[in-house]
Design a protein around this ligand. Structure first.
Ligand SMILES: Cc1cc2nc3c(=O)[nH]c(=O)nc-3n(C[C@H](O)[C@H](O)[C@H](O)COP(=O)(O)OP(=O)(O)OC[C@H]3O[C@@H](n4cnc5c(N)ncnc54)[C@H](O)[C@@H]3O)c2cc1C
Length: 460
């Protein structure tokens, strides 16, 4: 709890914060500069220090905050755990940040196989609460220990399991949303699927306050293998052949040579440093024979494509293999203090060429570029590693743009799961034709005529 004397010395008395302090409890409104400065960034980008921060505890608090900001003409930025990788939660102007981290109400309905989660519930908490009932929540962004359900749905987050199980939006049965006018709506998936419109809208069309989420029984068996290849094309070919043969792995993760070496430098796991591509695969299901058959199909495809395969014989061995993929973020952090995490998705058949072209761009630039991703969906994360204290931000942005153009040239999209935010907003004119962009702007204008919700994000 803050001490009120200290706050008085450092508080910015904007008309908005005065109004909010009148309408909400003091613990729900942060006004001191020291506190507000903590709400100006996400995982990749710094923005403007907000005018005020509200920590709502329920939907009624959100309504109060939105109406107060609207009356003051102040933009509103929704924020979950700020683990986003496209600048979405970083305010571009002086704004009101509504941080959902205290909205953590969570109820499991095992009969309907549903979770009812407030926006600030941490992703992992849903599965933790569901497990005693014999259920899980499959969407698994690698940030699942910190990211929130509100942030996941605003970005339509994916994860390693999304090839077989789908992305966050596929688990939404309904949403409670506060619109730009401060009105509360309960949205279902019927026509028109307005819940679907809000999913992936990055806080620009409404604020998600609660979600009804579908739960599944966990698969009884999982089998794991790692394969490595002398070239990326062989890895992509193996994945395509395995899928064509009938395997539907639950996880299909790819790391390029630079990424593998970064992890090996960090943890010394015995990874194949010389391999151009490392593939990690899980197959799962309730019938052990089928699960092992699927792993065998993947194994055969890998060997036929010239790969070398290592099977995990036990759960501990499987965990050791997956440790490589889980360690990518800290491993890259040792190379440069910051990274721009691209998130392109391309047809799987285009992956070898895309990986090659991106590597060439990296080699011709002053920045290390490493590539990894969810290869089953062709979702690739080329990471540009840099040091903001000495590297030129414009040069990093230029390289990110070149990478985006590679994806578009090969029939891909700008974002597989991290959203557009401010990072890729300027690339939208490369990705979409003017007519489509105008339709998107019309949608935004209809739902948020005063452009109060997360302005400057998504749409150029
Ligand atoms: C190490 C690491 C690994 C990651 N791995 C993955 C991954 O595997 N897959 C993946 O998809 N992403 C991944 N991410 C990115 C990020 O974690 C996801 O985008 C996540 O969904 C963001 O959740 P958050 O709660 O942190 O949202 P924030 O970053 O706080 O916000 C993200 C966006 O959602 C909006 N928003 C937040 N809450 C609400 C709300 N209640 N209503 C409306 N809008 C809201 C914000 O305005 C912003 O535009 C990773 C990030 C890191 C740092």
């Amino acid at each position: 709890m803050r001490d009120s004397g200290k706050r008085a010395n450092t508080t910015a008395h904007s008309p908005l914060s005065t109004d909010l302090l009148r309408r909400l409890a003091p613990r729900q409104v942060l006004t001191s500069l020291a506190e507000r400065r903590n709400y100006r960034y996400d995982a990749i980008q710094f923005g403007e220090t907000p005018l005020a921060v509200v920590l709502p505890e329920n939907t009624a608090d959100v309504v109060v905050a939105v109406k107060a900001a609207r009356a003051a003409g102040v933009p509103i930025v929704g924020r979950g755990a700020a683990s986003g990788l496209s600048g979405g939660a970083a305010p571009l102007r002086e704004s009101l940040v509504i941080s959902f981290t205290r909205m953590t109400g969570l109820r499991i309905d095992p009969v309907r196989r549903e979770a009812h989660a407030q926006a600030g519930v941490v992703t992992l908490a849903v599965s933790d609460a569901a497990r005693p009932h014999g259920l899980i929540y499959p969407p698994d962004p690698a940030s699942f220990r910190t990211s929130t359900i509100g942030g996941n749905l605003a970005e339509n987050a994916g994860g390693p399991m999304c090839f077989k199980y789908g992305v966050s939006g596929d688990y939404v049965k309904g949403l409670e949303v506060v619109d730009a006018h401060g009105e509360v709506h309960t949205l279902t998936r019927d026509a028109y699927d307005l819940a679907g419109l809000l999913i992936g809208s990055e806080g620009t069309l409404g604020l998600i306050t609660e979600a009804a989420l579908r739960l599944l029984p966990p698969p009884r068996f999982t089998r794991t293998l790692m394969a490595h290849f002398p070239e990326v094309g062989a890895c992509a070919e193996a994945v395509s052949q395995a899928i064509a043969a009938g395997a539907v792995p639950s996880k299909l993760e790819f790391m390029d040579r630079a990424c593998t070496n970064a992890v090996e430098d960090y943890l010394v796991l015995g990874l194949p440093r010389g391999a151009e591509a490392v593939l990690l695969v899980d197959t799962d299901g309730d019938d052990l024979e089928t699960v092992e058959e699927e792993r065998a199909l993947v194994e055969q495809a890998c060997v036929a494509a010239g790969g070398t395969v290592r099977r995990a014989g036990t759960d501990a061995e499987a965990a050791a293999l997956w440790q490589a993929r889980r360690s990518v973020s800290p491993a890259l952090g040792r190379i440069r203090p910051q990274r721009m995490n691209e998130d392109i998705a391309v047809p799987r058949s285009a992956l070898p060429e895309v990986v090659r072209e991106i590597r060439a761009l990296g080699d011709a630039s002053p920045f290390p570029v490493v590539q990894f991703g969810h290869i089953g969906d062709g979702n690739l994360h080329p990471n540009i590693l840099f040091d903001p204290r000495q590297d030129d931000a414009a040069a990093v942005h230029h390289l990110a743009h070149q990478i985006a153009l590679v994806a578009l040239r090969h029939g891909g999209v700008l974002s597989g799961e991290h959203g557009i935010g401010s990072m890729k907003r300027d690339f939208m004119t490369d990705a979409l034709d003017p007519v489509t962009l105008d339709v998107l702007r019309d949608v935004k204008r209809t739902l948020d005529p005063a452009d109060l919700l997360n302005p400057g994000k998504v749409l150029p």
